[in-house]
Design a protein around this ligand. Sequence first.
Ligand code: SF4
Length: 472
Amino acid sequence: MLVPNLKQAKIRTKNKIEIDKYKVDETLKNLGQGKKYFLKTYGCQMNEHDSENIKAILEKMSYTETIDMEDADLILLNTCAIRENAHNKVFGYLGRAKNLKMRKPSVIVGICGCMAQEEVVVNKIINEYKWMDIVFGTHNIHNLPHILKKAIDNKKLEIEVFSCEGNIIEDIPVKRDSKYKAWINIMYGCDKFCTYCIVPYTRGKQRSRKKEYILKEVEELVRDGYLEVTLLGQNVNAYGKDLEEDYGMENLLEDVAKTGIKRIRFVTSHPWDFTDKMIEVIKKYDNIMPYIHLPLQSGSDKILKLMGRRYTKEEYLELHKKLKKALPNSSITTDIIVGFPNETEEDFKETLDVVNNCKYDSAFTFIFSPRVGTPAAKMKDDVPFEVKQERLARLNELVNKYSKEANLKYKDKVVPVLIEGYSEKGDNILMGYTDTMKLVNIKCDKKYIGTIQNVRIKEVKTWSMDGVLEED
Ligand code: SF4
């Protein structure tokens, strides 16, 4: 049993990160013969992409996927640790899985992802969820076949969670959810240690993948007909800072643009690392999408300092202005936390002031959620819950107003849309995203799925737009 340890997870070693290659274990390739797996994913795109790796690893062991948990022989929850709410959902789901296991004892139930990296969660599982079979961490995905084999053979809870990251593992198989859009990890972990954030503990120290591997992956995707890649990392602008060679995010963006892939996106950007060179490169290449997610978190200098964000309100606004000047048609979105410890009404009004200034295309807004082990969790949470809720409602009202305003600028305009598939709106309605990441529903023939089309926007709502194909 290898359980996570919070103290160790905080440590940043000087150990050189080597590259290991994933190897399929031939002796385990039939372990899942005739068996089905059910995988549920919570959280960010990083987790979604990890799930694409997990699916491929399982299918190389002959498991097949089911979307019905009742039908599964293996149930895995790929979890998120960013907020308390995400924890509660996972434990709720485990309750359902337990019922199934009581009826069908051979079913294997496990969790992975960021919650599995949390000492407090794994202790809870050891004490209260002994009936479970596997827990493996974000650094242990490549070892899933062996973890699974041990759990099946030994018939007891198998836990394998490295507290500290290991080497970068290349060539992990992947079963991509889309045939047109792909996620590519360009780096793992984060060294920023924002005081409210659990990610530096659950994902380890920053490790950038070498450009050769990233570019090879993009080139293969281009050959396979993919139209869009999203370069993923917790803080992609810091890409390369840990590499020996002098090669940063601006260089990588430029090299990826030169592969000829039609669309390039990148998330998430920490404002601190956003350089002028990056802005120049985004401006220079048409295939780098004019969409930037730029987390603000708070508009108050006092709160930003308590959050450990390393920029001021003025610096953030300066960067936003620079981006809008260089990329006037870009859309910029953000993340904002309300009710951080010590946030006064005046501090909150500073946040509203930034929103009024930046007029974001959209924003993910949250009430502060203390994460065990982070410095912010030890701060006195002195903002009453009703006040937090009231601030969130005021913030959302403002954010929604600007989202609608931003969308209204598209009315009657023709925009390029990558048509991805069927919309939830019903039959014969397809959906896709503009270059600026606006969701568009289009009534058109399914033959357009997997193509980029010019679409005229007819109707605009707060969260989406309706359009028609523009005739040539
Ligand atoms: S930069 Fe992002 S991932 Fe890193 S600690 Fe801050 S909020 Fe967390």
